[in-house]
Design a protein around this ligand. Structure first.
Ligand code: GRF
Length: 201
């Protein structure tokens, strides 16, 4: 659903929400032509919820264990997304594998950011994995979501060079800086490219 020519998007997160903040700021300045209709969060105590409140983003938070199955909580999420008119989903540190129910409802319209140069280091603690492997080039990937773990088609990537004296913490800071610039840029591109316009109508 379009609101005043803008796409309605939802953000999904589980943690601190620094990417949510970066995206919301790019929406506020008009750089991203979107309306953030909903934040979906599976950790009711996560800091991202405080950020969303400050940013005036409506929140749906839930505890997975209060539902009988993934299909059940995803049905509830799909219902909330439809109600809010959402046509694109951007995962920003959402620590759950997207299941069939959501994939079926939003096929080709779910995008994720992952802190490694995929297909290297999928899954949890990608930054730690890259650091421990002592790669010379680490990085960030934005990709479409499919049924696998960080396996969907790659949309864009940016590399981060490991310094001689790099620590796990300094690498994380560098990667997050890149994320906060790359993700808003890619979202803007996706929402404004003619091919996506057709999809979101
Ligand atoms: C980011 O590094 C993102 O790439 C990964 O989870 C992290 C979320 O960080 N998927 P934040 O909550 O946005 O600060």
């Amino acid at each position: 659903m379009k609101k005043e020519g803008k796409s309605c998007i939802a953000l999904f997160a589980s943690g601190s929400g620094s990417n949510v903040q970066a995206i919301a700021e790019a929406v506020q300045t008009g750089e991203i032509p979107a309306h953030i209709a909903l934040l979906v969060c599976d950790q009711p105590d996560a800091y991202v919820i405080k950020r969303a409140e400050q940013l005036n983003i409506p929140v749906f938070s839930f505890r997975a264990k209060e539902y009988a199955s993934k299909a059940e909580f995803e049905q509830e999420i799909v219902h909330r997304l439809r109600e809010a008119g959402v046509d694109f989903i951007f995962l920003a540190g959402y620590m759950r594998l997207i299941g069939e129910t959501l994939l079926h409802a939003y096929r080709g319209k779910i995008v994720n950011i992952h802190p490694s140069l995929l297909p290297a280091f999928p899954g949890k603690d990608a930054i730690g994995q890259a650091f421990n492997a002592q790669v010379k080039i680490a990085g960030v990937t934005v990709h479409f979501v499919d049924e696998g773990m960080d396996t969907g088609p790659i949309i864009d990537q940016e590399s981060v060079r490991m310094a001689e004296d790099e620590t796990r913490e300094s690498l994380q800071r560098k990667i997050q800086e890149v994320e906060h610039e790359l993700y808003p840029r890619v979202i803007k591109k996706l929402l404004t490219e003619a091919v996506m316009e057709g999809i979101t109508e």
